[in-house]
Design a binder for this molecule. Structure first.
Ligand SMILES: [Zn+2]
Length: 319
């Protein structure tokens, strides 16, 4: 026998609401706040109204425990839309780059993410020796052995085979330039525009474009529909991953271009906590909100309706 309807409060029945996400979701990289805990990054993403997060896997175990991560998603109504594979060696995971990418893809599947972000391989390692009054950089040392294998894996069918086994898009990211004795060079293999165009799915990082004096709008045009994922931040001429609209890159034009070209990937706001007022909760919330509104405005999205949908999402999960 069914229980009498009046046992359920009427408000409960009104909580089932479908939220249609914007065509181009705007998410916050948890790496933007890596000096805080993972839960705080979810909390700030929710408070500012982002459509989700990109989860950066690092040495902290809470960045790679699917059950805990799903709990954070439920608590904050913030989905993990993409996962960034660790770009340094982390404890408890394989040292081999390809094996780490396989682990990241498995994690992305477990938490329901649609994209995995990986870096191009190292071409050189370097070593900095300090303690002699001034740090001395030795820049052109051989790369880790597994990165030679990784470069071949990217181009010779390994990536294609993994991609064929998963619905998660594996996007390979362009990386920044480095300077030695005033000369710009790449520490990374496959990091020229000609080489990276050999890879079918790419992540275009705007601040990394800036370090090469490259305009991301022009690069997007050049790489065409290979660009499946975007990391968005500004470039000051000296520092990477600066808040949007504070540096040298025409990010407003770039975002408008994404919309005009019917880009359907994610825009991830990927900042450094060194550029954010992380010590003051309210100032931090305002700055994260400003970065989001910049994206919404230039992607032609209505900031008011998105705020409303965030409130609805919180009601649905009862937080
Ligand atoms: Zn990036």
């Amino acid at each position: 026998m069914l229980p009498p309807r009046q046992r359920y409060p009427p408000a409960q029945a009104l909580r089932i609401v479908f939220v249609i996400p914007p065509a181009i979701p705007v998410t916050l990289s948890t790496g933007s706040l890596y000096t805080l805990g993972t839960a705080r990054a979810f909390e700030h993403a929710a408070r500012a109204g982002y459509d989700g997060v990109e989860l950066l896997i690092d040495d902290r175990w809470d960045t790679r425990q699917p059950e805990y991560l799903k709990r954070l998603t439920d608590q904050h109504a913030v989905p993990i839309l993409s996962v960034h594979s660790p770009f340094v060696t982390i404890s408890g995971w394989p040292r081999d780059e390809v094996q780490r990418i396989e682990r990241t893809v498995a994690l992305a599947e477990a938490v329901g993410a649609r994209t995995v972000n990986v870096h191009v391989p190292y071409r050189f390692s370097d070593l900095t020796i300090s303690g002699l009054g001034k740090p001395i950089l030795f820049p052109f040392l051989p790369p880790p052995q597994d990165h030679r294998r990784y470069a071949r894996w990217l181009l010779d069918g390994g990536l294609d085979a993994l991609q064929a086994r998963t619905p998660v898009t594996i996007a390979v990211e362009n990386l920044p330039s480095r300077r030695f004795l005033g000369v710009r060079f790449s520490r990374y293999a496959l990091n020229s525009w000609e080489e990276i165009a050999l890879i079918p799915s790419l992540c275009l990082d705007t601040t990394h474009c800036g370090t090469w004096d490259a305009d991301p709008t022009e690069i997007f045009e050049r790489l065409g529909n290979r660009v499946k994922h975007v990391h968005l931040s500004d470039w000051s001429g000296r520092y990477q991953h600066q808040p949007v609209g504070t540096g040298l890159i025409a990010l407003d034009r770039f975002l408008r271009h994404l919309k005009e070209r019917n880009y359907t990937g994610i825009v991830v706001v990927e900042l450094t906590p060194l550029s954010l007022p992380v010590k003051d909760e309210n100032k931090l919330a305002r700055e994260l909100r400003r970065n989001l509104e910049f994206c919404r405005q230039h992607l032609g999205q209505n900031t008011d309706s998105v705020q409303a949908s965030t409130e609805v999402k919180r009601q649905v999960v009862g937080v």
